[in-house]
Ligand binder design. Structure first.
Ligand SMILES: *[C@@H]1O[C@H](CO)[C@@H](O)[C@H](O)[C@H]1NC(C)=O
Ligand SMILES: *[C@@H]1O[C@H](CO)[C@@H](O)[C@H](O)[C@H]1NC(C)=O
Ligand SMILES: *[C@@H]1O[C@H](CO)[C@@H](O)[C@H](O)[C@H]1NC(C)=O
Length: 448
């Protein structure tokens, strides 16, 4: 009943604005709820049901009907394109969406960790991720693992330590927007700094990674005969009688001092740079946003992980593109997004994303990212198991292909529109994020 009320309120509102005065397209878009049988939209526009507090219904262009059974309304609002997919979606596609909100969380002293791996999201084959929080002074124990580790600091500040294969050592403090990279097997530690510690996103270059199966200092010593530990460190065995009896993993530590005061006598500075300031990079300006790319060209140690940080502005579109060298593993930091993945053979499926959500786009599959939210910028990471960030732009491809060839493909029966298209792609500049363009200016009223 309540829902019907909402729907008819929308209809009334629509009737009220159907007056002759022309509304700005964004306003018009805001006022139209697509969830009723009278709503026709030949263009499959995005609709932010979460931001607009509108409950989606499976109704599209006169088809479908309401829902009678049990529903998870919160999830439906978060994924409006599941309940009412664009008409262009088709076929079966594996799930490409996961939310960290659905990951089991491991709670430890002063911190927590949760992971998204191939076990949570079967299409996450190339990369696995961990979201971790360490409060002030809290330590992620000295450890190493088979997989290389790449990280992006989401909030707060963190001290890292690492050792390289030549005995060189590394210590650094990082803040929001900074990265680190530890190659496979390199031992390291992490510690939250004042005042409130840190939270970060870790990426491992194997979807099968498990945060619970790393090589920990305390675990190793506890499973080595004390006689050997004693011999190794040239000390009597009694010295080790109070070693921890189980792994410490995440635990409250003492607060670190300034880096220079912390360096031990044996410290030899590593020739490698394990950290990088990604957000401090000068962005590449696109017409609708900003892009920062970090890969082995500007962060040489990061041989197996490449990434792009995207700020997608008002109504803007991360253009139609694909990546030839790796699956995309994306993570939303702020805002909401609509993504359609094109998988060849006529298959396409649309997914929506909230902050803390993870998406996969398999290598070479065409896709775009739309800013879906009305009130927040869209900020996200695209991450790849690759040494370089590579993408192909549909726009650029069209512009750099002989015009005759392109028009023969797309406009053989409509040369007038072909001429408009040829003009639009003339300069062929790749524009990674395209500024808002209102399709409604030209055609909205014709369609009504
Ligand atoms: C992950 O590991 C399991 C068990 O070893 C194996 O069966 C599976 O094929 C692996 N998956 C990937 C994506 O490597
Ligand atoms: C640290 O946390 C406290 C308590 O939540 C908060 O009031 C304060 O603003 C935080 N400080 C910073 C620098 O984030
Ligand atoms: C995202 O796009 C919507 C239009 O779809 C726009 O109204 C909103 O301002 C955008 N968010 C921001 C501020 O980037």
């Amino acid at each position: 009943m309540l829902l019907k009320g909402v729907v008819s309120a929308w209809l009334l509102l629509e009737a009220a604005i159907a007056a002759p005065t022309r509304q700005s397209p964004l306003v018009l878009e805001k006022q139209k709820s697509p969830y009723n049988l009278d709503h026709y939209d030949p263009y499959d526009r995005k609709f932010d049901s979460y931001g607009e507090h509108v409950q989606p219904l499976p109704m599209r262009n006169g088809k479908g009907t309401d829902m009678l059974g049990p529903r998870n309304r919160d999830r439906e609002r978060q994924n409006p394109d599941m309940l009412r997919p664009p008409t262009t979606d088709h076929g079966t596609m594996k799930n490409m969406h996961w939310s960290f909100a659905d990951s089991h969380i491991r709670i430890e002293e002063g911190g927590w960790t949760r992971q998204t791996t191939v076990r949570e999201l079967p299409s996450s084959v190339e990369l696995a991720a961990v979201n971790m929080r360490l409060d002030e002074g809290v330590i992620r124990e000295l450890h190493w693992h088979k997989e290389a580790e790449w990280a992006y600091v989401l909030k707060g500040s963190v001290r890292i330590t690492a050792l390289d294969t030549e005995g060189g050592s590394f210590i650094d403090d990082l803040e929001e927007g900074d990265l680190w990279y530890f190659p496979s097997g390199h031992p390291h530690s992490l510690q939250g700094l004042s005042p409130n510690g840190t939270e970060f996103l870790l990426i491992f270059d194997d979807g099968n990674f498990s945060e619970d199966s790393t090589f920990l200092l305390t675990d190793w010593l506890h499973h080595t005969p004390l006689s050997v530990v004693a011999e190794n460190f040239r000390l009597p065995p009694e010295v080790f009688k109070e070693l921890p009896e189980e792994e410490k993993y995440i635990f409250q530590g003492s607060l670190p001092g300034p880096i220079d005061k912390e360096k031990p006598a044996a410290f030899k500075k590593s020739k490698l740079q394990f950290t990088h300031k990604m957000l401090a990079q000068k962005p590449k300006e696109a017409s609708g946003g900003k892009v920062r790319i970090t890969d082995s060209t500007n962060f040489p140690i990061s041989k197996t992980v490449a990434a792009a940080h995207l700020d997608i502005g008002p109504g803007a579109l991360r253009e139609m593109h694909w990546h030839p060298n790796a699956d995309e593993w994306s993570y939303v930091i702020r805002g909401r997004a609509r993504v359609t993945i094109f998988a060849a053979e006529g298959n396409a499926r649309t997914f929506d994303f909230m902050p803390g959500d993870v998406g996969i786009v398999p290598r070479n599959m065409g896709h775009f990212i739309e800013n879906l939210s009305d009130d927040e910028p869209l900020e996200m990471l695209e991450i790849f198991r690759a040494d370089k960030f590579l993408d192909f732009s549909l726009f650029q491809w069209m512009g750099e292909t002989p015009k005759r060839l392109v028009l023969d493909h797309l406009f053989a029966t409509d040369p007038k529109s072909g001429a408009k298209f040829a003009k639009a792609i003339e300069d062929a500049e790749k524009d990674v994020i395209k500024e808002h363009y209102s399709i409604d200016d030209d055609s909205y009223e014709d369609e009504l």
